[in-house]
Each structure stands twice: as C-alpha cells, then as structure tokens.
Design a protein around this ligand. Structure first.
Ligand code: GLU
Length: 359
C-alpha cells in the first residue's frame, strides 16, 4: 500500500519534470531521420468544389496543412515542408521538373535531409518519378506519393498514403533503390510503375515486375535486396526545357499524318506508341523511316501496357535506324529520349544502349 503511494508520487514527479523540458530536448526526436516533404499539388492536396458532389480543385491544400492532417506522422521523422508548385499534374512541366531536381540535389548535397517525399497528382506521377530517377545523383530515398480521392472525400486515401510514404522514406532499408512511388500499401519503382485505373485507389502497378515492396502502418517490407542497375545519370541541360519529342499513337487505318506533322514541328525525337510489339502500318513505318533519315531519334514503344518491345522481330530496326523502348511505356520512353538528346546522345546504337541499361 505504502509502495503504491510512493509509486504514484514518483510518477507525478516524473510527469511534472518531463513537462518542464522542451520536446526538442528528447533524444528520440532528433534521432529520427529528417524527411523533407516537397509539395507540387494534385488530388492529394484537393479540396471540395461546389460544382458537383464529387468535384474538387487539385492542389488547393498547402504542404504544411497536408502533413498536419496526418495523425502520428511526426513520430516517423523530423519533417520539413516546402511548396514547389500547386498544380494538377496534367499541367506538370519541364520548369517544375527542373526546380524539383535542382532542389532535391541541393537538399542532399547540403545534407539538409536524409530523404525526400514529393506529393504529386497521380496523372503524370510516374513521369516525374522516372525523370528524377534519371537525373538525381544520390542513394538516399526519394518517394513520390499521391492520392486518388481529395482530402474532403469519404475515405480519403491521401493521409494514409502520405503516412506510408514518409514511413518508407524514413526506413533504413529504402536506401539505394532509386526513386520510388508509394500508394495504397505498395512500393513501386519509378521505372516499372504506371497508372492503370482512372478512379481506383489501387491504380499504380508495375505490369512487368510487380511492386518492389509493401508498406503498412507497422512495417516496410522490400521483396529483394537493394539493386541499383548500372544506369547512367543524365545532366540537366542549361535553361528550363528538354528537347521536343513527340508521341504518336498507332491504331487501325493508320496513316503518316501525325508523324509528318511531328517532323514539321521540328521534333528532335518521335516515340511510337505502337500496336502490339511496337508496330504500325506500312504507311506510318515509311513516315518513321523518313524521320530517322533526317536524324530524328525514332523509338518504338507499345500501347499495350505490358511486356517488352523487341528489336528486329516484326520491324527491321537495324535497317531503318530505329530504337526499341524494351520495357518502357511511351511516356517514359519520351523522357529518356529527351534526356539522351539533351546529353548529345542521338546515334541509334547509343540510344539503344541507354534504353537497355537495366537489361
Ligand atoms: N488530374 C489531377 C492530377 O493529376 C488529379 C489526379 C490525381 O491527382 O489523382 O493532379
């Protein structure tokens, strides 16, 4: 009985003493990894709009507000926030990409943070992830996160996705894995993942390889040890724009009009979102051959959504001076082609080598 009273006094004393010490003095806080959250907009920062019951404005909520809305996130990391842009990702552009790449590189070079999380609209999230994966020089974790429902929706997925993105970024096992994408409990690689569903919360999949890991509020699990392919990192050109590369979508009854118009618009490269194994009609292939003969980089990708595009099977790439995208979908093949051209790599054999870097 006496012991119980002493224990109670002791507990009260401890509580009073701890209340007098400012929180920053607790070793546990500063021992947490430092994660910089860079916000760009998107549905994850969306707010209800009066237009219709389910309408919303993408990018209306600021970075600080986004983080504060996630209970318990402060126990995962020491968080800092920066607003890089406030746009729906359908408006994502070279200017924001360059600003993001330069700021993230600076954060790591100056040792301002141990990891970076980028909040982003889902529409072009895979493209920003792939772009950054090709230009950042770091083995520290960079995680892109978005949501399919705005913060004001019933069962908004933004807070749990952001919690899990920070959890992955703060995890020691996330180092050396390149740029990652976290949504709906899955961790995907920038190269392999793509948005596959217009509305479902399970929209990002990696059709050729599956996710690289899983995350839940209690754990981060990678399916294999970190493996960094010997992929080259490209230098950003001066200025704020990448060279013009057009995507031409193939279909039945295809003519060469879009290809000729890409040539006329002075595109430095053309990516074919081809049928099947990156194929298109005889007329369109002739137009692509005309483009390649003028020194335009021609890359055959596929509109199918999974699988690899193979060289010299249905189309004679050697003879035509074409490149195949292998596993890269058309939107990612476009980015790699832009970076290669910006780095002076335009000869088909060299471009093909760069596309094959992972394989
Ligand atoms: N189109 C918007 C965007 O990509 C909304 C889609 C989303 O974020 O899920 O930012």
């Amino acid at each position: 009985m006496r012991h119980a009273v002493y224990a109670r006094y002791f507990a009260t004393l401890l509580f009073l003493v701890s209340a007098l010490i400012p929180p920053a003095a607790f070793a546990a806080d500063t021992a947490l990894p430092r994660v910089a959250v860079l916000a760009t907009g998107g549905t994850i920062a969306g707010q209800a709009d009066a237009r219709a019951a389910n309408a919303y404005n993408a990018g209306a909520v600021g970075a600080q507000q986004l983080v504060q809305a996630v209970p318990g996130i402060e126990k995962l990391a020491q968080l800092s926030t920066e607003q890089v842009a406030s746009i729906g990702s359908q408006d994502m552009n070279d200017k924001v990409w360059f600003a993001l790449a330069r700021r993230i590189q600076q954060i790591f070079d100056r040792n301002e943070a141990d990891a970076v999380v980028i909040t982003h609209g889902t529409d072009t999230l895979e493209e920003t992830a792939f772009f950054l994966d090709n230009v950042l020089h770091t083995d520290k974790p960079v995680v892109l996160v978005g949501s399919m429902r705005p913060s004001t929706a019933t069962s908004a997925d933004g807070p749990s996705n952001l919690y899990e993105a920070v959890e992955v970024a703060a995890s020691p096992s996330a180092r050396g894995r390149g740029v990652m994408v976290v949504l709906n409990d899955t961790i995907q690689s920038a190269r392999a993942t793509t948005k596959t569903n217009t509305t479902s919360v399970q929209t990002f999949v990696s059709p050729n390889s599956g996710p690289i890991g899983y995350v839940d509020p209690a754990s981060v699990r990678f399916l294999a040890p970190a493996f960094q392919p010997d992929s080259h990192k490209y230098t950003l050109p001066s200025g704020e724009a990448l060279p013009r590369v057009a995507i031409v979508y193939s279909h039945a009854n295809m003519d060469g009009v879009e290809i000729d118009s890409a040539i006329a618009s002075k595109a430095k490269g053309i990516v074919l979102a081809g049928v099947g194994d990156g194929n298109t009609s005889k007329t369109a292939l002739d137009a692509l051959e005309r483009a390649a003969k003028q020194g335009i980089v021609v890359v055959r990708a596929s509109r199918v959504g999974s699988g690899f595009v193979n060289r010299n099977v249905e189309v004679n790439d050697d003879q035509n001076g074409f490149v195949v995208s292998l596993d890269l979908n058309a939107q990612k093949a476009r980015i790699l082609t832009q970076l290669l051209i910006a780095n002076g790599i335009t000869a088909p054999a060299q471009v093909q080598k760069a596309f094959a870097a992972t394989w």
